[in-house]
Design a binder for this molecule. Structure first.
Ligand code: SF4
Ligand code: SF4
Ligand code: FES
Length: 328
């Protein structure tokens, strides 16, 4: 099957091609050919100047991430014909949220800097080597260990798109690998650091990282684990944790969200004043049902029962943890 490949080219070192442009190549594609194999064939037979990264060719090294028809994928585990049949074209570009260096190669320096920021190695407490690691303990960090550092999640991250300092999903997934390890001795300090600005609370839960990760790391799930661990550690003095607390209190009290009160509790009085025009617009469009005007939902007792049950479970969990610590 003959397929036209449209490939985004860019070579800042060459004055004639210093601006990105799209170049087309026609290729005879056999059944089963991957996008990486197609790129290699183009480079071999038509254009040796085409630049892209690759190594393992079997989805384990993470080097070949590119944007295929607008979505971040590994070139080596994406087959051309099914993709072409589904999308009707074959447009290959460098992954988003990364600065292109040449053709499909992007600068990974910010990716590694973010990874370094979470100190991706264990700092075991004294005696940690004797701590038994149960199946459940292992399971809780299992997915975060599958990361091959391909960058697809960061490329699709909406929070990173608007804030280049956001720590981003790949590093957060790695952070849970360490924080969630029962042998880690520095978990609380790590959680405090991750709760700062540009940290885990800046994720907007768009789920793209989980959707586009080729290794099922599910970074958003790992971010949720980090957030939950921070709340359990009472690391609450930051807008993200305050927002979660305000949300939980609002639902417990009214069975619905009190958007105005949540804003005040999340941002504090002064910063919230700047949100008033936005709040008025929300009110106008019926997006901000105010509990003082719209009271509690019907059957609020049912909601309160759920909260009582959660309270009981938390108390039991804490009692179990205290007992374990005493034993240790
Ligand atoms: S869920 Fe959060 S971390 Fe994942 S892509 Fe969306 S904003 Fe980024
Ligand atoms: S979490 Fe998934 S998408 Fe992100 S770098 Fe790791 S393997 Fe790639
Ligand atoms: S070449 Fe290694 S993951 Fe694609």
């Amino acid at each position: 099957m003959k397929i036209k490949f449209k490939i985004k080219r860019y070579n800042p070192a060459d004055h004639e091609t210093a601006e990105p442009y799209v170049q087309a190549y026609i290729l005879d594609v056999p059944e089963g050919m991957t996008v990486l194999e197609a790129l290699l064939k183009i480079a071999d037979e038509q254009d040796p100047t085409l630049s892209f990264r690759k190594s393992c060719r079997s989805a384990i090294c993470g080097s070949c991430a590119v944007s295929i028809n607008g979505f971040s994928r590994l070139a080596c585990n994406t087959q051309v014909i099914p993709e072409f049949k589904k999308m009707g074209e074959m447009l290959i570009e460098p992954i988003a949220n990364h600065v292109p260096l040449k053709d499909l190669i992007v600068d990974f320096t910010p990716f590694w800097k973010k990874m370094n920021k979470v100190n991706p190695f264990l700092t075991p407490y004294e005696g940690a080597e004797e701590k038994p690691v149960s199946n459940e303990d292992e399971e809780s960090i299992d997915r975060s260990q599958r990361c091959i550092m391909c960058g697809c999640c960061n490329a699709e991250c909406n929070a990173l798109q608007i804030d280049e300092h956001f720590i981003a999903p790949a590093a957060l997934a790695k952070a849970w690998r360490i924080v969630g390890d029962v042998r880690e001795g520095n978990a609380r300090k790590r959680l405090e650091k991750l709760s700062e600005e540009h940290g885990m609370w800046d994720c907007v839960r768009c789920v793209h990282c989980t959707q586009y990760c080729p290794k099922e790391v599910a970074p958003l799930k790992q971010i949720e684990m980090l957030r939950s661990a921070a709340i359990k550690e009472d690391i609450l003095d930051n807008p993200g944790a305050k927002h979660v607390e305000a949300m939980a209190d609002s639902v417990e009290k009214f069975g619905r969200l009190d958007e105005a009160a949540m804003t005040f509790r999340t941002l504090g009085f002064l910063k919230s004043l700047g949100m008033i025009p936005f709040g008025l617009r929300m009110e106008k469009h019926g997006k901000m049902p105010h509990p003082h005007i719209f009271p509690q939902i019907e059957n609020i007792d049912e909601v309160k029962k759920i909260y009582e049950e959660i309270g009981k479970r938390r108390a039991a969990e804490k009692e179990g943890k205290d007992k374990e610590e005493k034993k240790g």
